[in-house]
Write a protein that binds this ligand. Structure first.
Ligand code: GLU
Length: 453
């Protein structure tokens, strides 16, 4: 059975790149009827915070990514990791090293002077030093040959073993290092497929060698190319390196974000709209693009607009209320109002921001509109006849059309000022729909207020 995992370090909130990694791991597991696990790599005591554990859990929950087991906390497994590090030491796969800072600095300086890549030169590799507290344990990295694996996205990746050094698996304070702990945990959690960012490729080579020494089965690996900003640079706060829960706060729907994230480097023919349910059936790693993808706020907004318009007015009313407190149930025809606003909105918050004129009178005076004063009479006439008509969509539309014709007006001559009078905004939905939703009484009241001296 396929078992994947997401292994965040809780040193910050979940961002877009991490969320995509989690989503791809989850989808790959589900599409293969496997399991998806979560492991908090929380061994860095200074930087790991409970607050981030919670916000990562909340973010995954919001994205409807479900765990098949309770989360694993790496910090609780330190003794086990230590034991296994000593096991490798006893079996000769690791050795004790007592090099102090001075020796290591000198080593590094000499290498730099010789234009060599600075790395541990294996000084104590064959000295059989007996471990004592305060020493480190180093992994005996193979000296010859190449380390290679077949990446499920990137294909064969090989690095000459000369490029590596005997990295530390147990620090001088007795704590295990990331590459050791991650390898041990992947083994213990029976992970079959490690899906993570391509910044971990070098670590993968190290971890494969550790797993080999531990006698473990080597999992498959899939490295996801980075998500870059539109500029091609690293993502910054402005373009997507923000907390996933901020997207929720800003009025994005999780279905839209998921659809956007999955299309960020993954394709499935010409299709663009995918429900999470469908994705858990069709997702495949061989459709993941091997080059970096770029964040696009416009595309995310496009998806959010699409998904907002798939909701019923009841669902929209509920979500807008949850998100910003604006309650469309307080107005007559709130269902029509919210559907109308959703057509042009990129977020729940935008619907709420735009909706102000349904709740409050804009109080616009005709004189402030800078229109030819002769037109005032026309508006008064428009209002007078408006009183008489039936407030149905068809009759309102017919009336506007006939009024324009009878007075030889082009639509904007009436529509533009009228939209401002009714809403206080230049950009608002169509006049006939506005009139219909505001209702006869409110519409007449606003026009009369505007024309009154
Ligand atoms: N904890 C690592 C990180 O947050 C991930 C390690 C992994 O996926 O193996 O980058």
């Amino acid at each position: 059975m396929i078992i994947t995992r997401f292994a965040p370090s809780p040193t910050g909130h979940l961002h877009l790149g991490g969320a995509r990694t989690a989503l791809f791991s989850y989808l790959f597991a589900k599409a293969n009827k496997g399991k998806f696990l979560l492991r908090f790599e929380d061994t860095d005591k200074e930087r790991s915070k409970e607050e981030y554990v919670e916000s990562i859990l909340k973010s995954l929950d919001w994205m409807k990514i479900k765990l098949d087991s309770d989360p694993v906390y790496q910090s609780r497994l330190v003794n086990k990791h230590k034991e296994l590090a000593f096991d490798l030491y006893k079996k000769g796969f690791a050795y004790a090293c007592d090099c102090n800072e001075k020796t290591l600095t000198k080593m590094r300086e000499e290498q730099i002077a010789k234009r060599q890549k600075p790395k541990y030169n294996g000084l104590n590799r064959n000295r059989n030093i007996k471990y004592e507290e305060g020493m480190v344990l180093r992994f005996k990295f193979p000296l010859k040959g190449v380390s290679k694996f077949n990446d499920l996205i990137l294909g064969d990746i090989a690095i000459n073993n000369k490029e590596f050094d005997d990295f530390i698996i147990l620090r001088s304070d007795g704590s295990p290092t990331y590459n050791f702990s991650a390898a041990v945990d992947d083994m213990d959690m029976n992970i079959t497929t490690v899906i993570r960012g391509d910044d971990h490729i070098t670590n993968t080579h190290k971890q494969i060698n550790v797993l080999d020494a531990l006698g473990a089965t080597i999992p498959s690996y899939a490295h996801l190319p980075m998500v870059l900003a539109e500029s091609g640079k690293r993502l910054s706060k402005r373009d997507g390196a923000k907390d996933i829960l901020d997207y929720k706060k800003d009025g994005y729907l999780s279905d839209a974000l998921i659809n956007y994230l999955v299309r960020l480097g993954w394709s499935y023919g010409e299709e663009e709209i995918f429900s999470l349910d469908k994705l858990t059936k069709i997702f495949k790693l061989d459709h993941v693009n091997s080059s970096p993808s770029k964040y696009s706020q416009d595309l995310l907004d496009w998806y959010n607009n699409k998904y907002l318009n798939l909701l019923t007015s009841e669902e929209l009313i509920l979500k807008v209320k949850e998100n910003s407190g604006t309650d469309f149930n307080q107005i007559d025809k709130g269902d029509l109002a919210i559907s109308l606003l959703a057509k042009g909105a990129n977020s729940l918050n935008q619907i709420s921001d735009e909706s102000i004129y349904f709740f409050e009178e804009p109080k616009i005076k005709f004189d402030s509109l800078n229109i030819d004063t002769n037109k005032r009479k026309l508006f008064a006439e428009f209002n007078k006849q408006l009183k008489e008509i039936d407030f149905e969509k068809i009759s309102i539309e017919r009336y506007i059309k006939e009024f324009l014709q009878a007075n030889d007006l082009k639509f904007p001559e009436l529509g533009k000022p009228l939209r401002i009078i009714l809403t206080g905004k230049e950009n608002a939905p169509s006049i006939s729909e506005l009139l219909l939703i505001l209702g006869k009484e409110t519409s007449l009241k606003r026009i009369e207020y505007s024309l009154d001296d």
